[in-house]
Design a binder for this molecule. Structure first.
Ligand code: F0G
Length: 462
């Protein structure tokens, strides 16, 4: 069958706001061409992130009514921790209010100034937590990931050769390693079971613990089932359990593969580490059996973590992202390949060859998507990762100019995607007229969130 139908039916709906192109132009002007500044009510298709934007199921909503809001020892915590213990095999389960607070707790408990934290590729918040605790974050992405268009099944892998080299240099000041599945920063690409196993083996020789950032663990396990030799007859849950069996700890933003709108957790084998983290968390997160969440949030996460393992859901999820990617390709855009688990990434440099890097092609493309069809994606290029070097007063550019279109889980249907693809077909032939952008205001850190831009017409490119 070619049609991938959504393996759920809709019980509750939320109207989409549909503005005219003229109105959207006005919104863009008033927002200084920064999509983060646009009120959500003016966005028709919000593909800014897949984080916290999932539609919850009737079972999750029903479970929320069972939320036990006791300050200490809540029943909801017991249900939540049992589900996570079964999945990860970790004895000590610590709820946190989202992924980055789990990172902050781990880093504050284990990091000393100048320590190096290695990983396949740290997500921005992970890197920020490592650095704000005085550490240095070192990414060791696979060789295959360097070419955005090269088709390789496990581009999210760790580069084992580089890992060996890093460990042989000096393994003393490496308090832990983080394996992010799927690897968000390089395009939602999966890590193979074999790579997780080999990484663990190398780290064990130096007694370095491995943590898994499990934000999108089920998508990763599904890719393993589809792509890795000898895995196709196993259940996704069984594969996920094996992934976790190599880890010393798991940290997760439950806003992704737990279908929750908020929440996260840390789970560890080590009793002393758990104790240290619990002692710290009461200062910032709350009592260790609720970790900054309501009992009803713990319930929603516990149910979501079981639902995400549905193979009907995962088949639909991965195929619908692929369907979206192929549709955009057929319209003439160049995409990062293979398509990711939670998002497609458009290569703006080759899709808009007339816009030089200094006029931010990925910013131009993401603004145009909003203007054309009310679609909000996110620039993942020099606006986000470039910066103004204060010493030289020169702009430093990012290695790639991408636009990420992330898919909220169970939110948009195939007809939404068909409409976007149709608009993309119509809009591509005139995209060679798009303007570039310049900053008119920018903050020193994380400038993409608050920057103001002005368009530079094509005729003024120099
Ligand atoms: N780790 C990964 C791999 C992530 O993608 C994110 C968030 C986090 C940790 C942090 O979790 O937001 O709950 O604090 N990613 C979002 C995104 C924001 O859009 O990719 P959080």
């Amino acid at each position: 069958m070619k049609t991938i139908f959504e393996p759920f039916k809709i019980k509750m709906v939320e109207p989409l706001s549909i503005l005219s192109t003229e109105d959207r132009k006005k919104v863009l002007q008033e927002s200084y061409y920064n999509l983060f500044n646009i009120p959500a009510k003016f966005v028709t298709f919000d593909l800014l992130t897949d984080s916290g934007t999932s539609a919850m199921s009737s079972k999750q909503w029903a479970a929320m009514m069972e939320g036990d809001e006791s300050y200490a020892g809540s029943e909801s915590y017991i249900r939540f921790s049992n589900i996570i213990r079964d999945l990860t095999g970790m004895e000590h389960v610590i709820p946190t209010h989202q992924g980055r607070s789990a990172e902050a707790l781990l880093c504050s408990a284990l990091l000393k100034p100048q320590d190096r934290v290695l990983g396949n590729t740290q997500f921005d918040t992970t890197r920020a937590n490592i650095e704000s605790n005085g550490g240095v974050s070192i990414d060791l992405p696979s060789e295959e990931s360097k070419d955005a268009h090269f088709e390789f099944p496990f581009k999210g892998n760790v580069n084992l050769k580089l890992l060996k080299e890093e460990l042989s240099k000096n393994s003393k000041n490496i308090p832990f390693f983080i394996m992010t599945v799927t690897n968000n920063s390089i395009g939602g690409q999966p890590v193979s079971l074999e790579n997780i196993k080999q990484t663990k083996k190398l780290l064990s020789e130096h007694n370095i613990p491995m943590f898994i950032d499990a934000a999108r663990f089920a998508e990763n396990a599904y890719f393993i089932k589809q792509r890795e030799e000898g895995q196709k007859n196993r259940s996704v849950k069984n594969i996920a359990q094996e992934m976790f069996s190599y880890a010393d700890g798991v940290l997760m933003s439950a806003k992704k593969d737990a279908f929750a709108n908020i929440g996260g957790f840390l789970a560890v084998h080590n009793k002393d580490l758990a104790k240290e983290i619990r002692n710290r968390m009461v200062i910032t997160e709350g009592f260790p059996t609720y970790g900054g969440l309501a009992g009803r949030d713990l319930e929603a996460i516990a149910v979501g973590l079981q639902e995400i393992l549905s193979e009907d859901y995962l088949t639909y999820r991965i195929r619908s992202v692929e369907y979206f990617g192929k549709g955009l390709e057929s319209a003439g855009f160049t995409l990062v390949k293979p398509f990711g688990g939670h998002a497609v990434y458009i290569d703006a440099s080759s899709s808009l060859p007339h816009v030089p890097q200094k006029y931010y092609p990925a910013q131009s493309l993401s603004v145009a998507f909003y203007e054309e069809m009310g679609l909000r994606g996110v620039e993942v290029g020099s606006v986000m990762f470039g910066y103004l070097d204060e010493k030289t007063d020169q702009e430093v550019y990012a290695p790639k100019e991408l636009v990420r279109l992330a898919m909220p889980r169970r939110v948009y249907t195939q007809s939404h995607i068909d409409y976007i693809i149709e608009c993309a077909h119509e809009f591509k032939p005139k995209s060679d007229q798009l303007p570039g952008y310049k900053f008119i205001e920018q903050a020193k850190h994380l400038r993409h969130f608050t920057a103001k831009f002005a368009p530079i017409p094509k005729e003024s490119f120099r």
